[in-house]
Every structure is written in C-alpha cells, then in structure tokens.
Design a protein around this ligand. Structure first.
Ligand code: GLU
Length: 472
C-alpha cells in the first residue's frame, strides 16, 4: 500500500494572506485532493513580533473564504520549538552538526572578503573540525549542520526538473542560533517530517532552501518528500507582484468584489493549464491537476481578464447567494446605506438580480447597481440621468404621468400598451418616452431597462418618483 498523500500549506503570518501564497495553497489543496490525500495547514509563527492573532486570523479566514479546506487543526510551528531543538541536539550528538564559535567580527570579515571577490558569502567552516576546547569558556555559539563539501545537491523538482546546486556554494548553515532558537530551515524540515508530509509544493523562491533542507533530511535519514516549486506571480508589467500593483492580499480581492470561485479559477489558470480550458470548476481542477500542467515561468496577472472571469461567475451565481454576498460586502466595507437598503428590500433586490447581474463585473458594482431600488429622496440625479429629463423630455414626462396613472394592469404588457399608445398619440419614437422615464425613476445613468425597472418598483413607487421629477 502506498502512503496517503499529505501536502501542506505553511504560511508565515504577515498580516494578510498574500495572493501568491493563496495560490500555493490552492495547488497543494488540488494536489492532495487529486490523489485522495489531505492538505495540512501549518502556521509558521516563530517570529513573535509579526505573528499576531490578527495575522493568523487573516490566513484562516482567507482560506475559509476561498473554500480551501485542510485536515485537522492548524499546526503552530511555535509549539514545536522543543522538538526542533531536540533534532538539532541529536545531529550534534551524532557528529552531523557542530558548534561554531565564530564571532560577529569574523563573520563580517568573511562577508566583506566575499563581497570584494564578487561572490556570495559562504561560511568557511572554520569550526567544522576544530575541537570545542579551542573556544573561550562560556563563549556564545551557533549550531551548524555539516553540509557536503564537494559534489552536488540535486533538487528533483516536479516543475523545473532536476535543479543542481554545487555543494561548495551551500555552506554549513545555522540550525540553532546563539540564543538557542531553531532556524527556519531546521523547523520546516522537522515539522514536515513529523507531520508526515509527502509532497512539498511552494514558490520557487524556496528552491535554495530546498537544497539546504535536503541536507537535513539526509542527515536525519528521513525520506525526502516529493518537491515542486511553482513560479511566482508577476504584475501586469512583469515585475514581481507588489503593493504598487494594487491588490496583494486575498482580502483585497474580496473587498474589490470578486467571488471566491473566480479567484480559485483565475489563479489556478494563471500558473497551470489544462489544454485551452479557461473556465473550470474546482472539481474539474482537482480532477485534472497534475504537475505537468504547471507553468515553468512566472505568469503575469491580467486584471481585465480577472474581471471578465468574475462577470462570468456573477452571471452563473444563484441570486439568493449573490444577495448574501452583496450584504456581506456592504457590511465589510461599512457601507451602511447599502446595507440598510439591501436588507429592507430583499425581495426586490433578488427579483432585480437576473437583470443586474448581466452587467456587473464585481459585487461592488452589483451593490451599486441595486441603489436605484432604495434611492435617497429627494432623488439625487446622476449627470446623464439629469440630462435625460430636462427640456423637452420633462414636458413629455409631465404629459406621460396621467397616462401611467391610468394603467390598471401594471404588467409588462399593460405598461407596454400604455407607453406605445402615448408615443403614437404624441408622434414620438418609443425611446423618446422610455429613456427619460427610466432616468426619471432610477435617477441613474445605468440601470436595467425601463420595463424591468417599472415592474420591480411597482406602480406606486414608480409614480411617486415620477411625480417628484415632474413637479420641479
Ligand atoms: N513560511 C514560508 C513562507 O511563507 C513557507 C515555508 C514553506 O513552504 O516551506 O514563505
């Protein structure tokens, strides 16, 4: 029997869930599910200053919003420090690691020399074979691993193929700091081993770390997990995604009104392909996921494409769920006017959604487009709406008012007949009547069509708004 596949997502809490990390989580999730395994969540919270409760909550709520489930409870790396230390001590006892007493001054000299010679700093292993008795009594030390000094370390990467590092370029790195705390490189290996991780998938900025971590796996005689390093996400200009590109955190996308299924689909597609498929469900993604589909190069985010995909998912979304998403967003953005309006007009909003959702690219736009249902009174006209009800159009609306009042059957047909009869009688084109009417009743530049609006609002509300307009 083969072992169950265990992947993990191991973010450091930095205050938000970076979209690039979220995509790493997405890939790990799909990989685990595609192989009948589990993804685990490990919060790498050993940096106490940054690892606040809010920062951790941002990761967990981001995962939750994206619908990326993990098995069991999150593992907190900070709780495993004793175990990390124990492994370091074991390596020390077995002669696979050693105490290094090099002083900060010595290290600075080494660094400066490397810099002058134009090469990266490599610790020169001066304590590797030196007896501890050489060290001044009570002097501080770090623990370094004995890395191979010759030959190559190969990362068998599922995305890039074999990536080879010369041993001479990877020094005896520190596994325990002078204050006795384990380093990140050690903690990750110990946790991955103890959590039974079979597959490590993370950003390709971790490739060198992988080469180093392989040394620890080997020193402990532990099996090296399957490794896959995914290229990073770049901004539209080809530079590594950063704040200046705008949205960086998953919550930014949520606040901009993206649906979680859009984010899953778009960002999966951004770094991975299944033929030419652009739109796919999470079930399909899981079914189709394989390392072979992962891109080898970085991909550029295209916000227009992302919006178009969101428009697609908004159209496909069930109206009552959309309504809930609108409420949640108004609440998150502290948009009290929309929140109150949405709550007080639930049925009308849901009834309006089939028309509204064909035009919206984001939930923010959708919330905005529903404003005509609960406008502030007196009506505040948007520019084009105002222009549409001035002059000759205002006269037309004034004359139209009684004709609309006479309608008994406030249905599509009933309204249609009355409007057509009125237009004919006044020898006007239908649009000359319908356009100002729509503008008058909604006060908006854009809204669903005239009939939709009049039917949604009902006779009483429509006429009350119209008389407010014509009373000027
Ligand atoms: N905590 C690391 C990060 O957020 C990831 C560590 C790993 O995946 O091994 O970049």
């Amino acid at each position: 029997m083969t072992d169950k596949v265990i992947t993990r997502f191991a973010p450091s809490p930095t205050g938000f869930l970076h979209i690039g990390n979220a995509r790493t989580a997405l890939f790990n999730w799909a990989l685990a599910k595609s192989m009948g395994g589990d993804m685990l969540l490990r919060i790498e919270d050993t940096d106490h200053e940054r690892s606040t409760d809010e920062a951790i909550a941002a990761i967990i709520s981001g995962m939750d919003w994206l619908g990326l489930d993990y098995a069991g409870e999150p593992v907190y790396q900070s709780k495993n420090i004793d175990r990390h230390t124990e492994v370091a001590m074991q390596l020390l006892a077995e002669g696979k690691a050693y105490k290094c007493y090099a002083t900060p001054e010595e290290l600075t000299t080494m660094r400066e020399k490397a810099k002058a010679e134009g090469r990266p700093m490599v610790y020169d292993r001066r304590w590797r074979d030196r007896p501890e008795s050489d060290a001044p009594a009570g002097a501080p030390f770090v623990v370094r691993i004995k890395a191979p000094t010759t030959g190559e370390i190969v990362v068998h990467d599922k995305v890039q193929g074999d990536v080879t590092f010369k041993a001479e370029n990877l020094d005896d790195f520190v596994i325990l700091r002078s204050d006795g705390t384990p380093t990140y490189l050690l903690a990750v290996v110990v946790d991955d081993h103890d959590m039974g991780v079979t597959h490590i998938m993370r950003g390709d900025d971790h490739l060198v770390n992988s080469a180093r971590q392989i040394t620890i796996f080997n020193a402990m005689g532990w099996e090296i997990p399957v490794m896959a390093h995914t290229p990073l996400i770049h901004g539209p200009d080809g530079a590594k995604l950063s704040k200046r590109h705008g949205a960086l955190g998953v919550e930014d996308y949520r606040r901009m009104g993206y649906l979680p299924e859009t984010i899953r689909n778009y960002f999966a597609r951004l770094g991975w392909a299944h033929g030419d498929d652009e739109i796919f469900s999470s079930e399909q993604f899981i079914e189709w996921f394989s390392f072979a589909g992962l891109n080898k190069g970085a991909s550029r985010i295209d916000f227009a494409k992302l919006e178009n995909m969101n428009a697609h998912y908004i159209k496909a979304c069930d109206d009552s769920r959309l309504y809930e998403l609108m409420l949640a967003l108004a609440e998150e953005l502290d948009d009290q006017t929309s929140l109150a309006g949405l709550k007080a007009n639930k049925e009308t909003v849901i009834a309006a959604l089939p028309a509204l959702k064909t035009r919206a690219k984001t939930i923010v736009e959708l919330v905005k487009s529903a404003e005509f249902i609960y406008p502030s009174r007196p009506l505040q006209y948007e520019d084009k709406a105002k222009a549409a009800i001035e002059g000759e159009s205002l006269d037309i609306l004034r004359e139209l008012q009684p004709a609309l009042e006479r309608i008994n059957d406030w249905s599509h047909d009933g309204i249609d007949q009355a409007l057509r009869a009125f237009a004919e009688q006044k020898e006007l084109k239908f649009g000359k009547v319908a356009q100002p009417l729509r503008a008058a009743v909604t006060a908006k530049n854009a809204s669903p069509g005239c009939f939709d609006v009049l039917l949604l609002l009902g006779k009483e509300e429509s006429l009350s708004r119209l008389s407010e307009t014509t009373a000027v």
